[in-house]
Design a protein around this ligand. Structure first.
Ligand code: F6R
Length: 599
């Protein structure tokens, strides 16, 4: 969704801004723009374009602007308020075109501020709530003569959520402000930078400071931090950026999704190197310093919800803790569910910025544990403890390695909890840990086997409009994840159904050749009856299992507590190969954004 970048002090601000905006493309957007200050300090040039950053670049190349002062702001917009159009794209400017603002979030009181500003003669050129900020800054900058002081007073008038960057023709600085929307700042040898997503700064700075709610930061000759009253305060603690520039390069792969699928064995290997030594003695759990829960409630959306379902089952199986899973956007339905004593809420979100999850947590009274790939995200900051999944940057919109690492981190945590509570004996803990430790090898071999099978199937199934994913018990969240992956990147209908449920209605949909993916979980014999019913009605049965007769023979040994994780390699490859065969953009499926920051 929307992204912000800013810089102060680079000779050609637009070079940095465009490159940084390209790094944010993966988030999903429909228009882009930049504003840079010109050479004579009276000049502020804003360029916007509907469509990809490439369209913006083409327009800038056409205009051939003179090199500026190295001060600028940029934005990718994912439309919410107001349609997709150039006037609605950011940056937004004041009446004189001398102040530019980019904004992520929603200004709840925009209508009333706009009416007030129009009453004082301001002219609005967009339908976007963010434009009020530019006009408010216009008034208060004229009054105070300081962009920072003006911004402090402007944010005092806003209600809602914002990450914003402001610059002005006559001010050699960029002012940033944040309230419930992420922003980070970092410095290189000759310039200061800001972005709403660290991916934009990987390789440009070695460390960043994360703005907290209501921080104001001025990128001038120095970086100055202000409190909401405008008083100078010490900077926030700086954190080292673990992502290098090459981590966000596509390399030799055809798309990022292919790269990220292939990375899973090594990413899981690195994660387990970190977590496994702390599983046997329970340190992984105890270091989180959380009260011991009597029950768990997982809160998440989409793929992270499927990972939560796996981890909830694993906690139940290994540690005997009752665990439920709640769709984050439905959380308010639980408001009257009674006292929460002994409850630990576990929020699972790769981005840590999903609005549905953050909103759900507003109703949570007790402790919250975040399982996230972004240890400096809004979710992480609002949680009492964080378990980092260390998947590295995931650029493809469809979650792949972040799912796998959520499952592995969650399973390791469940095992560690079982070791602490002694719900499993030492030998059993060691046995499960050994099985966890074998995952990188298992995933690697599933990857090698699944890829060519998926390619052949994609050719065969290109005309199929509906796919079913069937499993039982611990296989069901994986079947649901397989169906989600397929529908989001191929735009084909896909549904996950418990094997025994088919005969209660969905079997009516089976025609000759309908693809049904059957995932076993050490229960092939119990699945056999349902499969026979489907096959006899003409279904094209595609098996993911442990037998040599299976289409994807990628499982082996007894089913572990966390279920058939290796199956994701079959499902991810199939979804991607089919998307490629159908000519879809596997990395940027239509209508979707990487991090869903609207409710
Ligand atoms: C699907 C996908 C989405 C996300 C969901 C939650 O491939 O990526 O379903 O899983 O939007 O996102 P996070 O994990 O960032 O909270």
């Amino acid at each position: 969704m929307c992204g912000i970048v800013a810089c102060r002090g680079r000779e050609h601000a637009s070079d940095f801004l465009l490159a940084a905006l390209r790094r944010l493309e993966y988030r999903g957007y429909d228009s882009a723009g930049i504003a840079v200050t010109g050479t004579d300090r009276d000049d502020l040039r804003a360029t916007r374009a509907v469509g990809r950053v490439a369209a913006l670049e083409a327009r800038i190349a056409l205009e051939r602007p003179a090199p500026g002062l190295g001060i600028g702001i940029g934005h990718t917009r994912w439309a919410t308020h107001g349609g997709v159009s150039e006037p609605n794209a950011h940056p937004h400017r004041d009446c004189n075109g001398a102040i530019a603002v980019v904004h992520n979030g929603i200004i709840d009181n925009a209508a009333e501020l706009e009416a007030e500003l129009r009453g004082r003669g301001h002219v609005f050129t967009s339908q976007v709530d963010s434009e009020v900020i530019a006009h408010l800054v216009e008034e208060l900058y004229a009054e105070t003569g300081s962009l920072a002081a003006a911004t402090v007073r402007v944010v005092g008038r806003l209600r809602g959520t914002w990450a914003l960057a402001v610059t002005a023709a006559s001010a050699a600085e960029v002012v940033l402000a944040s309230h419930r929307s992420p922003l980070v700042v970092g410095s290189g040898p000759d310039a200061h930078f800001a972005a709403s997503d660290i991916t934009a700064l990987a390789g440009t700075v070695g460390s960043v400071c994360v703005l907290r709610d209501d921080d104001i930061v001025v990128l001038g000759d120095q970086v100055t931090w202000l409190d909401p009253m405008g008083r100078e305060v010490p900077p926030r603690e700086s954190v080292r950026l673990q992502w290098a520039a090459e981590d966000i390069e596509q390399g030799a792969y055809d798309d990022f999704m292919e790269k990220e699928i292939a990375e899973q064995p090594s990413v899981v290997g690195r994660l387990l190197e970190r977590l496994l030594p702390e599983v046997l003695d329970g340190a992984l759990w105890t270091q989180l310093d959380l009260p011991r829960p009597s029950r768990l409630r997982f809160v998440a959306c989409g793929t992270s919800l499927h990972a939560s379902q796996v981890v909830a089952r694993t906690f139940g199986a290994l540690a005997g803790v009752p665990a439920e899973t709640v769709v984050a956007s439905e959380y308010d339905e639980l408001a009257a569910s009674g006292p929460d004593e002994g409850l630990l809420t576990i929020a699972v979100s790769q981005s840590g910025e999903t609005s549905d999850v953050l909103h759900a947590l507003e109703d949570v009274g007790g402790p919250v544990l975040a399982i996230t790939n972004r240890p400096h995200s809004s979710l992480a900051r609002r949680s009492h403890a964080v378990l980092e999944t260390s998947a590295g940057p995931e650029i493809g919109v469809a979650a792949t390695k972040t799912f796998t690492t959520q499952v592995v981190a969650g399973a390791a945590l469940a095992l560690s909890f079982a070791a602490v509570t002694k719900s499993l004996g030492t030998t059993a803990v060691a046995r499960h840990a050994l099985r966890l430790g074998s995952l990188p090898g298992r995933l690697e071999s599933a990857h090698t086997t699944a890829f060519p099978v998926a390619m052949a199937l994609a050719e065969e199934l290109a005309e199929s409009r509906t796919f079913f994913f069937v499993s039982r018990g611990g296989g069901l969240p994986y079947a649901a994840e397989g169906a989600l992956k397929l529908k989001e990147i191929t735009y084909r209908n896909a549904e996950a159904i418990p094997a025994g449920e088919f005969k209660h209605g969905p079997i009516a949909l089976i025609e000759k050749g309908t693809p049904v993916l059957v995932l076993e979980n050490g229960d092939a014999a119990r699945l056999a009856g349902s499969v026979a019913e489907l096959a006899s009605r003409g279904a094209r049965i595609i098996r993911i299992g442990s037998g040599s007769e299976d289409t994807f023979p990628i499982l082996s040994g007894p089913a572990p507590a966390w279920g058939p994780l290796e199956s994701v390699l079959a499902f991810q490859h199939l979804a991607r190969c089919l998307a490629v065969t159908l000519g879809r953009d596997a990395d940027k499926p239509r209508n979707l954004a990487k991090s869903v920051t609207v409710l």
